[in-house]
Design a protein around this ligand. Sequence first.
Ligand code: ACO
Length: 311
Amino acid sequence: DVHDGEAMFDALIEADGRIEPRDWMPDGYRRTLIRQISQHAHSEIIGMQPEGAWITRAPSLARKAILLAKVQDEAGHGLYLYSAAQTLGITRDEMTQQLVDGKARYSSIFNYPAPTWADMGAIGWLVDGAAICNQVPLCRASYGPYGRAMVRICKEESFHQRQGFEILLTLMQGTEAQREMAQDAVDRWYWPSLMMFGPPDDDSPNSAQSMAWNIKRFSNDELRQRFVSMLVPQAAVLGVTLPDPELRFDDETGRYETGEIDWTEFHEVLAGRGPLNTTRRRHRRDAHEEGAWVREAAAAYALKKQRRTAG
Ligand code: ACO
């Protein structure tokens, strides 16, 4: 009965409890979760591209092994998240189709190029750093399968952030050219990493409802603020400069004041007009099409096994 279900749902949310796949849930809650979890999964999958392209060019065997592990982790995150979304009634095929057709969103950050080895450092430090700030609170998301997937993902993200920090630290202790390369990568990734948290609170259509449903626990601006306060002392240890001349700590409010984020750039990237949107999507589509034979073979094998057991 819908009324009982609704009352149960409301009571669970009120008590900060967990909603599980077989529980009754409002359509809007289901839609919001499918939207957010599938976008998150797509981000992990597309996010393999900038770093995947550096595996063959890593500067040492150790660096290569670390990078390989990290990119594999991202594939794993994408798969857990697709599975979490599937518990809500969408299929993996539907999600994949939306992505390769350019109908699905994924994080704006992965539409920027990674031209130097220092980008591997900046991606780990800034992009995975932003990912952790945003995702630790999601471990407490009200939808069980999403929250549980986030626990392991966050542990792995912490390793990713540290390896990025360590790449930058090594470069900053190197030659003048290496220090310049590290600073240049930080200059290029800093602002886009702030945009990962989404639009400002007064321009974020989904926040209020997602917070009422205990999916989001903090607002976009609140998490962005936490991220900046985490970066400032780490930048000092690294010896890099964050490329925002207006950045300062306000003693009165106890918060960091920052320069204006270029929201026009953010909206351009979301509209598909970022530096590499087309390249990223085309690459994913080609990989999907070229992998068709693997899916067909796996399905044929599963069918054969099933027939044998049945016969
Ligand atoms: N890149 C692309 N799209 C974005 C971004 C971004 N950085 N920020 C916001 N958007 C989109 C939202 O998806 C939403 O689009 P839609 O309504 O068409 O679906 C729209 O902009 C409006 O934003 P909000 O109302 O603020 O949306 P929401 O409440 O979903 O908040 C956020 C956005 C914070 C990204 C949230 O979805 C979230 O926490 N997602 C899970 C984390 C995640 O996906 N991380 C991916 C990058 S981390 C990684 O993969 C390593």
